[in-house]
Design a protein around this ligand. Sequence first.
Ligand code: PLP
Length: 452
Amino acid sequence: STARWRDLDVRHHLNPFSDYRTLKTRDGGSRIIVRGEGVHLYDSEGQQILDGMAGLWCVNLGYGREELARSAYDQMLELPYYNSFFKTATPPTVELAEKLAELAPGDLDYVFYGSSGSESNDSVVRMARFYWQKAGKPEKSNFISRTYAYHGSTMASASLGGMKPMQQGYGLPLEGFHHVTPPYWYDFGGDLSPEEFGLQAARAVEEKILELGPETVAAFIGEPIMGAGGVLMPPESYWPEVQRICRKYDVLLVADEVICGFGRTGHMFGSERFGIEPDMMTLAKGITSGYLPLSAVMVSAHIAGKLIEQGGEFAHGYTYSGHPAACAVALANISLLEQEDLVRRTHEETGPHLKARLQELLDHPLVGEVRSEGLIGAVELVKDKQARSRWDDKSTAGQICRDHCFASNIILRAVRDTMVFSPPLIIEMSQIDQLVDGLRASLDRTAAELGR
Ligand code: PLP
């Protein structure tokens, strides 16, 4: 029953990213989610909830897909597990590797597997350093990424990330991890046009490379569109310049496609949207629509070629690298994504509809900017539109608004005072309307609460 589950949650469960003092109280505990169907979740009291976040930006095909459950079931009966260490591999593992190589941009032809986005970004750190050793430049060991970025929770991926609360007090970032300003025009652009600011933000990467010494820099990593950092949409000028700079100084360019991959932006990969040709690319979340944990690092033929030519053990891997059931689910998931034409639909139909509906929110007194690409979007809440100013307590309005959404059975997330969207790609037009109308009602309640 609900009471029992909530009690167990309070007494025995430590939830990720939670304030235990407020959650672990006698009348506290989590809302218990028991079932999902399409874009809807159902809680233990029978309430239907519209999931505007696709879980954690991952359930791209929606809930309750029998084909995905069936692919896991069949594979588990055939061979539930075997590893790919020590000269073994399984059919789904290699079939998926071929499929990913076919889909990935450029010559990203090789795949290294993990089970989470964090693991895949940790693997990038190892793989990039291994590559530079093999290329005769072992001193290339520094990594550059952006403040506000989220690349995972393990110690190396959280070092790549640029979120202060994840680092302060935890001894992070580890040595060799450096951060530059993100392309967040609305907050940092000042009087510059978005395109001028995009160039300035890209040049911050060059300045950091020069400060560290190009001969010491292994890689730059960034999401095509930064997701958990607040859905930060880079100006068009940003990525071409970052790419030019990375090439100029022989710095590997890594695209974290954990959120952007598999159609989220209306392109199979966010890199395609911005013309990025990464040397490595990390994938997770949408690779299985979250049905089983799986992640991958795609590696260019150029890098893999060097590792193959030079030899020597890559001393890195996970028990679940290339897990056959997870790979079987990924194959079924990608096949449905293609059959249902969801990437094109996101690009041409649902994405433009979300964009148009978000634009309408600009007349709201709390809304300073809206932005979206495909089915990832953001609504900036501000105290004063002209000054683009926020409230003193950085996350007040966002959290109030998120809680009103949740109370009215709509899931959206707040990043600082930015409301973010990432619904399942199967969402219908009318459900997008419900999401945006629900957000407007919650914005009204938030404004009333803040006395606006
Ligand atoms: N990279 C990005 C861009 C993410 O958004 C996330 C998770 O939200 C991760 C990496 C980490 O993935 P995981 O939570 O599967 O470790």
